[in-house]
Ligand binder design. Structure first.
Ligand code: HEC
Length: 185
């Protein structure tokens, strides 16, 4: 009996020793460490959020070649000639879904009209509580479809990324709905 307990204690200690020497620091025991050890931006490293690592792959799958270049992808979508084209026709189905998804995920901050509060942000309850979301349809006439689509996915400096909530087709539907909201007085 004693031998068995000693044997188990020995194995347990051995496992702990191996685990402590594995490179992944996020968990005590990780068998596959590929995700941790790949070329990537480690936020805890000094300066790494300001200059992207060469060879790192961004969320859209494109490879970072110039660490100083953080914005050309966004700029491309700002210019209407180079922006990602909207593949979704604004038919009744698209507009109905866009209306539903905009009211569910965007209107809480941005409102559905051009109305603004005295600070100049959208007249919504959350802005009264300190959020700083613009009445978005004042701005969107200046933006390409692709830009709004990517904004909904990735968010901004303050706006949360909403890509987890609205899939690609739904984001195009939201864009189509925003274009109809823009037409209101
Ligand atoms: C929690 C509040 C919040 C929600 C929800 C939200 N936004 Fe925003 N949004 C903001 C704020 C704050 C800004 C301005 C600062 C920034 O860009 O981060 C903004 C900016 C924008 C802009 C202007 C971009 C620019 O470059 O000026 C667009 C377009 C936009 N949002 C679209 C959307 C869409 C579409 C949704 C729904 C999928 C959405 N937002 C949901 C807070 C929000």
């Amino acid at each position: 009996m004693k031998v068995r307990i000693l044997l188990f204690a020995g194995i347990f200690l051995l496992v702990l020793l191996i685990a402590a020497n594995l490179p992944a620091k996020s968990t005590v025991f990780t068998l596959i460490t590929d995700m941790f050890n790949q070329i990537s931006i480690k936020p805890q490293k000094k300066g790494s959020m300001n200059a992207f690592v060469i060879g790192a792959v961004s969320v859209d799958g494109s490879e970072i070649e110039d660490p100083e270049d953080r914005f050309s992808r966004i700029v491309r979508d700002i210019i209407s000639e180079t922006a990602t084209p909207n593949p979704t026709k604004p038919d009744a189905v698209s507009l109905a879904d866009g209306n539903l998804k905009f009211d569910t995920y965007c209107a809480v901050c941005h409102g559905t009209t051009r109305e603004i509060n005295k600070e100049g942000f959208a007249k919504t309850k959350i802005n009264e509580l300190g959020m700083i979301a613009p009445a978005v349809i004042i701005l969107t006439p200046f933006f390409s479809d692709g830009y709004i689509y990517h904004k909904a996915k990735y968010g901004g400096s303050v706006m949360p990324a909403m890509g987890y909530a609205v899939a690609a087709r739904e984001r195009w539907n939201i864009v189509n709905h925003i274009r109809t909201l823009e037409k209101q007085k």
